[in-house]
Design a protein around this ligand. Sequence first.
Ligand code: FES
Ligand code: FES
Length: 162
Amino acid sequence: MKLTATINGVRRTLEVAPRALLIDALRDAGYTSVKRGCETGDCGACTVLVDGVPLASCVVFAGQVEGRVLTTVEGLGTPDRPHPLMEAMVDAGAVQCGFCTPGMILSAKALLDENPDPTAADVKDALDGHLCRCTGYVKQIEAVLDAAARLRTRAAAGGGAR
Ligand code: FES
Ligand code: FES
């Protein structure tokens, strides 16, 4: 079957198996930032944004996102032009193996899109459900708060937020 959706700002039509999971459709299409962890919706590694809302792509059929707007970390930035959330994660030392990081960044982006000036408790809530086996959870919260500040500074300077 065919799946047509806007992925990272580009309208794409993917050929997918009828009962393919969204995680497989995306990874097969090259969006390998979408990580396969638990496959039961419990670890957050496979999180993508669907119409701006974080969803575990391992428990969603590809066919369920027909016509929707999808965002993976590939759509946020690149090594040459990183999103402030990416920069802040690195600067805070919140990335070790990096397996959990794309999903956390996307949940954090959804939070900051709704609330540009969150509290640490807000960030903690937004990252609830994302498991990290390496770093503990303090540095990611610091990183999201730092990214929020960077984005507010950029917006105040007229640069807009991504
Ligand atoms: S792989 Fe989907 S939530 Fe863990
Ligand atoms: S950095 Fe390794 S799982 Fe989080």
